[in-house]
Design a protein around this ligand. Structure first.
Ligand SMILES: Cc1cc2nc3c(=O)[nH]c(=O)nc-3n(C[C@H](O)[C@H](O)[C@H](O)COP(=O)(O)OP(=O)(O)OC[C@H]3O[C@@H](n4cnc5c(N)ncnc54)[C@H](O)[C@@H]3O)c2cc1C
Length: 305
């Protein structure tokens, strides 16, 4: 066997993914690794490409429904790829893909940088926030992103930069949901020169308003459905009396109707079935098609909604 085809160090086989998603569901990854550096990540992605294995990158798993049957090929988890550099004068911020977005928001607040206060309640990574164009409370990633470094595993020796304008950002959408590129790092252009105490207070208050109105104590993936603007998905579901609707261990939250919580032993199949039931009820009663925001992996298509 050629040396190049040997699995790189750090690779593990048959790793259960329920510990890597905030819904706490998901079967085993055929191959799995948590690289500790960009070079390690690049080596692993190149190995998968060389083996013609399917691959994908996950962050904090906070927007993922992974099938109970698991995932073929290589799953790379970025959550160890943390770190950031903030320039309080220019407002430029460089962050590794695995940096938790709430950590970055707090660092920015302490540096007097305005722009990320909305993100403190989103339990994802910088890479996941870019892919999803995560947003809350009137703000979103696209608004503050300058550019990203990405990798095409078919050409692992040549990471390249894409600007925000290249990413086709829309509501909870980016071009990266459709293309097999791995986000290595992101550059944000924040607004400098603000009072750190005021920005920190706004950041904390945003977090408080989220945790008091949403079920942060139970496993979930946040909002399941995109809002069918100008309507709110949560309001539509609540008005149909669907709070508390269950399939097995999956339940429409009684605190916020656009959340589905895992009450303890839910499977991905149960969550998926509940999503479909809610969609069917809203379609039949209101004639509105709800589109999931959550990305499904291992259900026959890597695309989410
Ligand atoms: C309690 C709770 C509250 C939430 N509130 C909000 C909210 O207010 N607003 C909001 O927008 N979202 C919210 N979410 C959803 C979620 O946190 C966001 O979508 C977040 O941006 C996902 O980041 P992640 O790192 O967890 O990505 P993951 O869930 O791990 O992945 C999401 C997608 O991005 C891809 N991906 C991740 N990292 C990379 C990378 N480095 N390179 C290439 N592809 C990558 C994955 O393959 C997948 O397709 C919430 C979730 C929870 C659990």
């Amino acid at each position: 066997m050629a040396v190049a085809s040997l699995p790189p160090p750090g690779l593990r086989q048959q790793v259960r993914l329920d510990d890597y998603t905030t819904w706490k569901v998901g079967g085993p990854a055929q191959w799995f690794a948590e690289p500790g550096s960009q070079d390690e990540l690049i080596g692993l992605a190149a190995w998968a490409a060389g083996q013609a294995l399917p691959y994908r990158c996950i962050g904090a798993g906070s927007n993922l429904l992974i099938a109970d049957s698991g995932l073929e090929g290589l799953t790379l988890c970025n959550r160890r790829l943390q770190g950031s550099r903030l320039d309080p004068t220019s407002g430029l911020v460089e962050a590794e893909a695995g940096e938790p977005i709430p950590t970055l928001a707090r660092k920015a607040a302490r540096a007097g940088l305005h722009g990320l206060e909305w993100s403190v309640g989103i339990p994802g990574t910088v890479g996941g926030a870019v892919v999803m164009n995560a947003g809350a409370q009137g703000g979103c990633t696209a608004e503050w992103l300058d550019s990203v470094w990405v990798l095409d595993p078919a050409q692992p020796e040549a990471p390249f930069q894409l600007t925000a304008a290249d990413l086709d950002f829309r509501y909870r959408h980016s071009r990266l949901q459709l293309e097999p590129l791995l986000v290595l790092s992101a550059r944000f252009r924040l607004s400098p020169g603000h009072d750190p105490a005021a920005i920190t207070a706004r950041t904390s208050s945003n977090l408080h308003s989220r945790t008091s109105t949403q079920p942060y104590q139970q496993p979930s993936c946040g909002s399941v459905f995109r809002n069918p603007e100008p309507q709110k998905a949560g309001r539509l579901i609540e008005d149909l009396g669907l709070k508390g609707l269950r399939v097995g261990g999956a339940e429409v939250s009684s605190l916020h109707a656009n959340f589905i919580v895992n009450t303890g032993r839910a499977t991905a199949a149960e969550i998926d079935a509940l999503i479909r039931q809610v969609q069917a009820r809203v379609r039949e009663d209101r004639g509105i098609e709800l589109h999931p925001e959550v990305m499904r992996l291992g259900f026959g298509s890597t695309a989410g909604p």
